[in-house]
Ligand binder design. Structure first.
Ligand code: FEO
Length: 397
């Protein structure tokens, strides 16, 4: 059912309380999510985005209750990913000639996924406009690589609404829709998790795009995202947060990540954490076993950190697959300006630290020289090395 956003603009999306993962199982969802679609009813009627394919029947049926589908003049597809475009095939069966406005890459993406080159695509680029009557216009803004090559945003004049698609969103079910109604802790936790795990690789582009959009001096009363809360209370706050996050963000935090076979490496992880805290009591310390903790939630903590320590015992002349797999994901996220240390136990050959160090350097971390490479089960002298590792991570060495 529709919910009013402002004047003649309504939300017609899906609050997806049952969703527990995204991108297959690559992104964990802890508090539900939503796929936000919008209906504008000025002299022209415009649908902005749809919802994910499994909800397409429900979406189309609900939309029919709100409006005669034949009255929709324009469809805007801000992004081809199926969580926003997945209901197009169902909808287009009923209104096959309705023009679909999207970027050139949007056409590639939509045709590639749904195999309907005959749909009435209208390619737009930054600065193009569409009159919707009552003195209002839609202005298109390409958001290339934020986070797909086809991504786009739309600004509605008159009501001053930026339909930002994925940017500024969160995987968070907010039945009340608006940021001022949402639980604030969850809202910000989910917003930063989304940034760290999905947008961080494109941070230089985020910074540039925000600067470009701010230079236009457009009044923005509402940022209508495609996931989670809609920012109507001080929407500038999420733009300011993104600007800060896009610039090698860090807090006074150190995160220790490990897996262990027989608890030796775990003892080292605990001692490194303890030493960081002793040396710098104000520094927030986080410690996670990668095999037992959600990888996306750990990544959010890495994003907030100025330094990390990564530990694994040596196994098969390498490191545990849990840790190496996690490091592969770490590489994708392209974090900047962070230090890293390595540690681990071994029984025989002891290559683990070298392997961890190579992965971390490839991921763009500045590895520090102090490490703990511990033969068998840690003794006092092994644990004592944690102090030098902690000093290095804190920049006290
Ligand atoms: Fe990139 Fe929400 O899809």
């Amino acid at each position: 059912m529709r919910k009013q956003i402002k004047n003649n603009v309504s939300w017609v999306g899906k609050i997806d309380w049952g969703l527990t993962s995204f991108h297959g199982d690559d992104y964990s969802i802890n508090s539900g999510s939503s796929q936000n679609a919008y209906l504008i009813e000025e002299e022209k009627v415009v649908l902005i985005d749809t919802v994910w394919s499994p909800h397409s029947n429900e979406f189309v049926e609900n939309l029919k209750k709100e409006i005669d589908l034949n009255k929709i003049d324009y469809i805007i597809a801000n992004h081809g990913e199926v969580d926003h475009s997945g209901s197009l095939p169902e909808l287009m069966k009923l209104i096959p000639d309705t023009p679909i406005y999207c970027t050139a890459n949007g056409v590639k993406s939509l045709v590639g996924q749904f195999h309907h080159p005959e749909w009435n695509f209208k390619v737009v680029k930054t600065g193009d406009t569409l009159d919707i009557g009552n003195g209002k216009q839609l202005v298109f803004v390409e958001m290339r690589m934020l986070h797909w090559p086809d991504s786009m945003a739309v600004y509605m004049t008159g009501d001053n609404i930026l339909f930002s698609n994925d940017a500024f969103g969160q995987h968070f079910a907010v039945e009340e829709l608006f940021n001022d109604k949402a639980d604030q802790c969850t809202l910000w936790d989910e917003a930063i998790k989304y940034y760290a795990n999905i947008l961080n690789p494109f941070s230089p582009l985020v910074k540039k795009k925000i600067e470009d959009v701010l230079a236009l001096n457009l009044p923005i009363d509402i940022i209508a995202t495609s996931h989670g809360a809609i920012w109507r209370d001080n929407p500038a706050q999420i733009v300011e947060a993104y600007y800060k996050w896009s610039q090698a963000y860090q807090e006074d935090q150190v995160t220790v990540v490990f897996d262990s076979m027989w608890e030796g490496t775990e003892k080292l992880a605990n001692e490194i954490s303890r030493q960081v805290s002793l040396l710098s009591p104000d520094t927030r310390v986080k410690l996670y076993n990668v095999a037992k903790t959600d990888k996306n939630d750990i990544m959010t903590q890495v994003f907030k950190s100025k330094a990390i320590a990564v530990g694994s015992p040596t196994v098969h002349q390498g490191a545990l697959s849990t840790v190496v797999g996690w490091l592969e994901f770490l590489k994708e996220l392209k974090f900047k300006n962070k230090k890293a240390a390595v540690f681990g136990c071994y029984g025989w050959s002891g290559e683990g630290n070298k392997v961890l160090r190579a992965h971390l350097e490839e991921a763009g971390f500045e590895t520090i020289a102090p490490e703990i490479r511990c033969s068998w089960n840690p003794r006092e002298e092994d644990l004592a090395q944690a102090r030098d590792v902690a000093k290095g991570l804190l920049g006290l060495a």
